[in-house]
Design a protein around this ligand. Structure first.
Ligand code: SAM
Length: 280
């Protein structure tokens, strides 16, 4: 088991470089947050040049995370959450939502970005059951064995694993579907997965597909170099071995919308899909 001073820690980034954009900071900039640098805001600007609605899409993703958390804690009754690739603290973080339903909910935030860990630890220091751990989601076995992750969880009871807006930052040759299989295999029965992902709708929605192509180009050619828009089949494969909870793999704005579902969604807002699914 790799310890806190083991070799994998040495491979995780420890330096915050204000001259190189990071996924977490560029996302924060897109959401209108303050924890970002000029290089990150430049990436956000380039994405908005493709379509200004990219901001609304980012908020659709955040809103999905909030509604899914209400479902996980409030409806299913799960009280332990591993939020992988959790991002910089913003309004209504996973634990803010969860503790309103159950103040004892254990939330383990995991992210690779040192700025997320620094801000996250400051935010959660008063919460005994909320933790912030640096880890690499592309090494699921190592991450799940990390005592700071594994040791916080009761592996005899259901838990929720979040991969919200994360796997599109993993390149095809890293095989994100295999990573998900490792995560899902490790989960106790009755656990749930919450996952959202950039979506390439193809012939299903040519108008949105054209925007997806331009956005993916902007992401992949940004200094971050990641952001894959995948097909419905590719994204569905991340839920292998799981049963979808209604309404299934859905456009984020339509996954349990509050009130009547929004009509005439801008094409950009049709470019992320997500679901909650249960391990039998
Ligand atoms: N889950 C949050 C949400 O949906 O609002 C944040 C999503 S943000 C777009 C993606 C996050 O994944 C960033 O905070 C980034 O640092 C993190 N991330 C990217 N690659 C990662 C990796 N290999 N291991 C852990 N976290 C990673």
């Amino acid at each position: 088991t790799p310890g806190r001073n083991g070799s994998r820690e040495a491979q995780l980034p420890t330096v915050i470089d204000p001259d190189v954009p990071s996924i977490a900071r560029a996302y924060d900039a897109t959401l209108g947050g303050k924890d970002n640098y000029e290089v990150d805001r430049e990436v956000a600007r380039q994405l908005r040049e493709v379509t200004p609605e990219v901001t609304t899409l980012a908020w659709d993703n955040r809103d999905f995370l909030i509604r899914a958390t209400r479902f996980i804690v409030g409806t299913v009754g799960i009280d332990q959450i591993v939020d992988v690739g959790s991002g910089l603290p913003t309004v209504e973080n996973t634990h803010d939502v969860a503790v309103r339903f159950n103040p004892d909910t254990c939330v383990v935030y995991v992210d690779i970005d040192p700025i997320v860990i620094a801000h996250g630890r400051a935010l959660v220091e008063d919460h005994e059951t909320v933790h912030c751990v640096q880890g690499d989601l592309t090494a699921p076995e190592t991450l799940l064995r990390d005592p700071e992750v594994a040791g916080r969880l009761d592996w005899d009871r259901p838990m929720a694993l979040y991969q919200v807006g994360t796997l599109h930052h993993v390149a095809d040759d890293r095989d994100p579907a295999a990573m998900m299989r490792t995560y899902v295999d490790a989960l106790p029965s009755g656990s749930h997965v919450v996952l959202s992902h950039f979506f390439s709708p193809g012939d299903e929605d040519p108008e949105a597909a054209a925007v997806a192509e331009r956005l993916e180009h902007a992401f992949l050619h940004s200094p971050m170099g990641t952001g894959r828009f995948r097909t419905r089949e590719e994204i569905a494969a991340y839920f292998d071995g799981l049963e979808f909870v209604d309404p299934g793999l859905e456009t984020l704005a339509y996954w349990w919308p509050e009130g009547p579902p929004p009509e005439n969604l801008d094409p950009a807002r049709r470019l992320m899909i997500g679901a909650v699914a249960r391990k039998p």
